[in-house]
Design a protein around this ligand. Structure first.
Ligand code: CTP
Length: 404
């Protein structure tokens, strides 16, 4: 999944020949899962039609402050609303004329008014002939825009519309998209960080057809993995059997069955990571002996001898060096007290308490209700929320802990 997924992109198109490439640019943004609105300078409509960009973006295209309706009713296009709607603005192609106006606060068309109103990050991808690009006045405009915090996407060298060869070709749409994606990821709080997450139940075999398991769906752990990836982290998601799916290339899924498998996989990655969150519902006991063949029905009573599994979280607490370690506690009584004990005993930085007494919390539910306790025993209580929102709250606490 692209970091652009779900984002609002405002594309400003100006009058350069590369404007014909904006059709492809819009398609690539849509393919990445973004919503796109296009603002054009009046002259750019000679290079690419508003109908093309409107059809591809599934939105009206804006080019003037007023739209003349069929019955002479004039509708006002609010530059402020468009500017505030955008998560990111891209001016591509950006001509020498528009760059000069943007850098000097000139505001004589809708695109420039939107630019001045936008509070979001602005990218610009120039296009022009090589001598125009080399001109000190163009260089000054670019430097000035960069000093405002706008991000410059340098043109490439090659064959230009004038027939000359040199610098001034607008960067190719694919490269513009990947430039923006990388830039966004770099600005995320967990960029370059690695996060290990456990999720789901474990199955402890009795014989080839039976096991001891639990009702965990894995949903909470998967939501945590998605949130970590959205914050820019590389994620190792070690999960027991679960029907949940992931489609983010920052999430590396490792499937396991038993507590023993989970223990082994978790220890392979632990030394590499900055944060570990153990949300799996690991079996505390497993059958001492596993039969190779299906156990046949015989006497009226039967018992299975169980032995303890490894406590994975406790083992990570013992080995902890630089990692920020987060555990879960599922409790039915003396909730806070028991959670605090686990926090200390397992050497954690945070513990997320679920109480089975709370409505809306627990296994196989879409929602959860948690209380988070940190090392200093500060307690944050949250209401019933979707598991995606709970994941957000948990990461807010983790970020507070890491960047305190
Ligand atoms: N955990 C683990 N390995 C186990 C058991 C639990 O890593 N063998 C982790 C869970 O993923 C969770 C935390 O330990 O993050 C607490 O799990 P929980 O079942 O609430 O507590 P236990 O330590 O197993 O203690 P008890 O069942 O007695 O409450």
């Amino acid at each position: 999944m692209s970091v652009l997924s779900g984002k609002n992109i405002l594309l400003g198109v100006t009058a350069g020949i590369a404007a014909y490439k904006t059709a492809h640019l819009v398609r690539l943004f849509i393919k990445a899962g973004a919503q796109v609105k296009v603002v054009m300078t009046p002259a750019s409509k000679d290079f690419v039609t508003p109908l093309t960009l409107s059809t591809l973006s599934n939105n009206p295209v804006y080019s003037s402050f007023f739209e003349k309706g069929e019955e002479e009713t004039e509708e006002w296009n609010s530059h402020v609303e468009l500017g505030l709607w955008a998560d990111y603005m891209l001016v591509a192609p950006a001509t020498a004329n528009t760059l000069a106006k943007m850098s000097n606060g000139v505001c004589d068309n809708l695109l420039l008014a939107v630019y001045l109103s936008a509070k979001c990050k602005v990218y610009f991808a120039p296009t022009m002939d090589l001598d125009m690009y080399k001109h000190p006045s163009t260089k000054k405009s670019i430097e000035k825009l960069q000093s405002f915090g706008n991000i410059f996407i340098a043109p490439s060298s090659g064959f230009l519309a004038s027939g000359l060869e040199g610098e001034g070709r607008m960067e190719e749409p694919e490269n513009i998209i990947s430039f923006i994606e990388k830039d966004i990821v770099k600005g995320l709080p967990l960029y370059n960080k690695k996060v290990l997450i456990t999720a789901g139940p474990t199955y402890e075999a009795i014989d080839p057809v039976r096991f001891i398991g639990n009702h965990s769906s894995g949903k909470m752990g998967f939501e945590l993995a998605k949130r970590a990836a959205n914050l820019g982290a590389n994620v190792y998601l070690v999960t027991g059997p679960s029907n949940e799916t992931v489609s983010n290339n920052l999430i590396h899924r490792i499937n396991v069955i038993s507590a023993e498998d989970m223990y082994n996989e978790v220890h392979k990655y632990y030394n590499l990571v900055d944060i570990a969150i153990l949300s799996a519902a690991v079996a505390d006991y497993k059958p001492k002996d596993v039969s190779d063949v299906k156990i046949k029905k015989s006497s009226d009573k039967m018992s299975i001898e169980l032995i303890k599994t490894h406590d994975i979280l406790a083992s990570l607490g013992k080995e902890k060096k630089k990692q920020f370690l987060v555990g879960f506690a599922l409790e039915t009584n003396n909730e806070l007290e028991n959670a605090k004990k686990k926090l200390k005993a397992k050497n954690l930085d945070l513990i997320v308490l679920n109480s089975l007494n709370d409505t809306g919390a627990g296994f196989k539910k879409e929602t959860n209700k948690v209380t988070i306790i940190d090392k200093l025993e500060n307690i944050s209580e949250f209401g019933v929320k979707s598991k995606a929102k709970v994941a957000k709250d948990i990461f807010n606490e983790i970020l507070d802990g890491i960047y305190a």
